[in-house]
Design a protein around this ligand. Structure first.
Ligand SMILES: *Cc1c(COP(=O)(O)O)cnc(C)c1O
Length: 384
């Protein structure tokens, strides 16, 4: 069998297990998507605050643009000629909002997570990572020289044991977690993680806020803001592609960490910086973040409606957030349930292995602040 035939055979096996993926053909219209000739309410978007669907915001932003300020490319890495002043403005704004010494912006969350850990780790580093962390963090760990142990999801007792047993054998230990988890929608106990880390002088904490930035906390800075522990997290990372309706990612951290990353982080150094116009849009949104409290409160209201309804219908619902899984089990069941909801005008998508563990295929509802209570009530009626 040649290489191409081998690929075709693997694809066929994926198809037999209902795990074959393809790029969906769809068109967007604000909160709606149109696919297979059907217009459906988008329940699978990461536009958590509804900002990407908000035309008025784009109009306001465009009013401030001219052919001189619309810069569609940075033409270089930031270390060469790509360091436009808008980058510093965004980073200073972020550091100011978070109250940290420094901030650094990256091209994406994937760049951040695959770049930071390899940069700061060596062979005398131990990484202790939650079993369910995002694929980008797994790839970052793989690229690093560190040894890694995964602890059971949110099992901080096991983590504490691992710290006690291992900390003295390493130069440093880095605990890696998400704050809100992408697939279960549950949260890490950040306060307890901080307590664990503070028991040792060689333990650092890395938290990925991709799903919480913009959504949680009084000012929308994330779950760490809500837990009151921004200053205790060494690597506090978030992304702009979800609630912030843009692209890119950030770390807020101490000045020394920022400077170290600028010198050592390959996914920062060896890539063309994001277009200045994109950074300007991110800054435009970040400056408004504090003011979106009503959207955050509405999102929490409709999320708890859906979570409660799923629990009442007998689904185990681990979520405490706007990411609400409806766990079906087999991939084929998840697909059938998603298709039924789509027929009723709700664009819900199945999530299957390897994204989630075998036997836990699910519909992943990802609610956004521009979905109404009436629409959630209607959705609940169609959940079997
Ligand atoms: C989406 C996501 C990322 C990747 O961010 P991008 O900016 O889309 O590359 C990283 N971590 C988590 C937890 C995510 O959900």
């Amino acid at each position: 069998m040649n290489a191409i035939e081998q690929m075709q055979q693997e694809l066929q096996i994926l198809e037999e297990h209902s795990n074959l993926r393809s790029l969906p053909a769809l068109t967007h219209e604000g909160r709606y998507v149109e696919a297979h000739g059907r217009r459906m309410l988008n329940l699978s978007s990461n536009d958590y605050l509804g900002l990407a669907a908000d035309r008025q915001l784009r109009e306001e932003f465009l009013q401030g643009l001219t052919a001189d300020s619309f810069l569609p490319t940075s033409s270089s890495s930031r270390l060469l000629t790509g360091n436009f002043s808008i980058y510093d403005e965004l980073e200073q704004t972020l550091a100011g909002l978070f109250g940290t010494e420094a901030a650094l912006v990256f091209n994406s969350g994937y760049h951040a997570n695959t770049g930071i850990l390899p940069a700061v780790s060596d062979a005398h580093t131990l990484i202790l990572a939650d079993k369910l962390v995002h694929a980008s963090l797994i790839d970052g760990i793989r690229l690093s020289a560190a040894r890694c142990i995964r602890y059971r999801h949110n099992d901080l007792k096991q983590l504490e044991r691992l710290l006690t047993e291992n900390h003295s054998a390493y130069r440093q230990v880095i605990i890696v977690t998400e704050s809100l988890f992408s697939m279960d929608g549950d949260a890490a106990d950040l306060k307890e993680l901080v307590r664990l880390k503070q028991a040792y002088d060689n333990v650092l904490l890395y938290v990925d806020e991709a799903h919480a930035f913009g959504v949680r906390g009084e000012r929308g800075l994330g779950y760490a803001e809500e837990c009151g522990c921004i200053g205790e997290i060494d690597f506090l990372v978030g992304t702009f592609g979800k609630a912030a309706a843009s692209a890119g990612a950030y770390i807020v951290c101490r000045r020394a960490i920022r400077e170290y990353l600028v010198n050592r982080m390959r996914t920062f150094i060896f890539t063309t910086a994001l277009p200045p116009v994109n950074i300007a849009w991110t800054l435009f949104i970040v400056r408004k973040l504090t003011g979106f409290q009503a959207r955050r409160m509405h999102l929490e209201r409709i999320s708890s409606m859906l979570r409660n309804a799923l629990t009442e219908k007998g689904y185990a619902c681990p979520s405490t957030s706007h990411i609400v899984p409806m766990i079906a089990g087999a991939s084929a069941d998840a697909i059938l349930k998603a298709e039924a909801l789509q027929r009723h005008g709700f664009y819900a998508l199945p999530v299957r292995p390897p994204t989630v563990p075998e036997g836990t295929s699910r519909i992943r509802f990802s609610l956004t602040a521009d979905i109404t209570e009436e629409e959630v009530e209607e959705l609940i009626k169609h959940i079997g």
